[in-house]
Design a protein around this ligand. Sequence first.
Ligand code: SF4
Length: 314
Amino acid sequence: MRKTLLFGPVKSRRLRRSLGIEMVPRKVCTMDCIYCEVGKTILHTSERKDYYTWDLIEKSILEAKEKEEIFDVFTFTGSGEPTLNIHFEKAVELSKKIINKPIAVLTNSTLLYIESIRKALAKVDIVLPSLDAVKEGSFRKINRALPEFKPEEIVKNLKKLREEMQGEMWLEVLIVEGINDNKEDLEALKKAIEEINPHKVQLNTVVRPAAYSIAKPVSFKKLQEIAKFWGNKVEIIVNKERLDKIIAIKQTLEKEKLEEEVINYVKRRPATLEELSQAFVLDEKAFQMLLDELLSQGKIQTTIHENKVYYIAN
Ligand code: SF4
């Protein structure tokens, strides 16, 4: 049985030394985001209940009070959506009352239609809600929220919360390659951001191990373009060097996988450039470069048959 719900403090770019409190076990959530660093959602639910008991929550908050000097921010976060715990409001109230450090809450914004949750959030120092897409199709692809949650409702409730808030709202938007990085999605998000009017917009991409392999990062340059398009409230919260390295590794792995598949293909039967580029659905020019590289490495060779160049395994 768990003795405490506290974890950390962890050093965070946004919240400095953050002591976390977990309100639900791994992984209870209203969403199943493809980029989630906690893993795939195990309990996909919107049911609010005591995922952890009030006794354990209270004990953990009292313990955090004792540790005040070792952290900068006390953060409700962890292995799922914290507002799903039925004691969330009471936990925020107690934390605000006894902890003399800023209180922050990370939320996926789905339960903001519940007035008592908004009231509790309105009193914390920093709310970090996420909003990755407002177009229905992209919202479903990235966040895989339960069907009852609609992006336009989430935007409406974020706007309401912002108007009721005493503290700050730092809205996090995570961009996934090929899903919400297109013109239409970015324009729709820009409009939603203007409506919500958060204090800051924190722009992120997939830099941590994701729950689903389809979640891929966009480049730092792309994030810069988006930041410019959305205006001066936006800050990129990704480290450029780290992101560049991740993209380089991913590209190498993808290229290595493709090379292996091409070699296996020509091992089975000789093929022309045209056949190969059709089989792998790739542009002939780009494919020629890959074949030239494999030729120079001696991994494949060519043979002429009826005036046509065929690639064969070495
Ligand atoms: S909302 Fe947060 S915890 Fe839930 S699946 Fe998405 S990233 Fe993970």
